[in-house]
Design a protein around this ligand. Structure first.
Ligand code: GDP
Ligand code: MG
Length: 225
């Protein structure tokens, strides 16, 4: 009985989130802000990838939303690059949700910006279930985590647009088979693009940047921007 009540509660929460995320999406499209949600387990390299990417892409007019349970450590790192960063502290919640994002959109302005990165809270499960209104979802999987993670956490890999294998400089030291991981992702989600990068030596950063650049350009040209 309790289980049925819990299921109803969960369904109501999810549909409320979808509704609010739809409003966020309307806002993003109104102001022409192409938005990418970065998700991964804690420590997979989201902030470090942003640091490398934004350093390699100085002409990009972007802001970043940092989602963390506590503190502003990542925001401080990115502000050092001169990037505008908005912090959302989620407290006990292991993911960002559309209400948190909507409240931020109500109070902040993104004028002059063409792109928004959202660094979600480090977690391979919950962020997958909560659309924030973003246009693309990118999942990072570091080579230190094991190539079986797409099988063990299928939801996040099934619902994303791209997967970035991070820390490729560590491949000689770990048993991570990129071919095997790519194959598993392909079975779950044939349309997902895959990239392999190292923020430490810069390998692959250009390819990932080119992917985002082309997607951004096609969003902007579709909207006549
Ligand atoms: N060797 C190596 N370490 C990395 C790389 N990217 C991130 N790291 C390290 O992994 C740790 C977690 O990175 P961080 O970007 O904070 O992960 P986040 O929690 O996903 O934002 C830090 O110590 C980074 O310096 C990489 O490409 N190569
Ligand atoms: Mg981080």
């Amino acid at each position: 009985m309790h289980e049925v009540a819990d299921m109803h509660k969960l369904t109501a929460i999810m549909s409320e989130n979808e509704h609010l995320a739809g409003h966020n999406r309307e806002y993003f499209d109104e102001v022409g802000l192409w938005t990418v949600n970065l998700m991964s387990a804690p420590g997979a390299g989201k902030t470090r990838l942003l640091e490398s990417l934004l350093s390699a892409w100085p002409e990009l007019r972007c802001s970043v939303v940092e989602g963390d349970m506590v503190g502003e450590l990542d925001a401080i790192r990115l502000r050092k690059l001169g990037t505008e960063v908005f912090q959302i502290s989620t407290g006990r919640s292991c993911h960002l949700d559309a209400l948190m994002m909507g409240r931020l959109l109500d109070r902040e302005s993104f004028s002059g910006k063409e792109m928004l990165f959202i660094e979600n809270v480090g977690n391979l499960v919950c962020p997958a279930e909560f659309w924030l209104g973003e246009h693309k979802k990118v999942v990072l999987l570091s080579v230190t985590e094991g190539d079986d993670k797409p099988i063990k956490y299928p939801v996040i890999f099934r619902n994303c647009d791209a997967v970035v294998f991070t820390k490729s400089d560590l491949l000689p030291y770990v048993d991570f088979d990129i071919r095997k991981a790519t194959e598993h992702i392909g079975i779950l989600n044939p349309r997902a693009k895959t990239f392999s990068v190292s923020a430490r030596n810069g390998n692959g950063i250009d390819q990932f940047k080119t992917y985002l650049k082309e997607e951004l350009e096609s969003y902007r040209s579709e909207r006549g921007l």
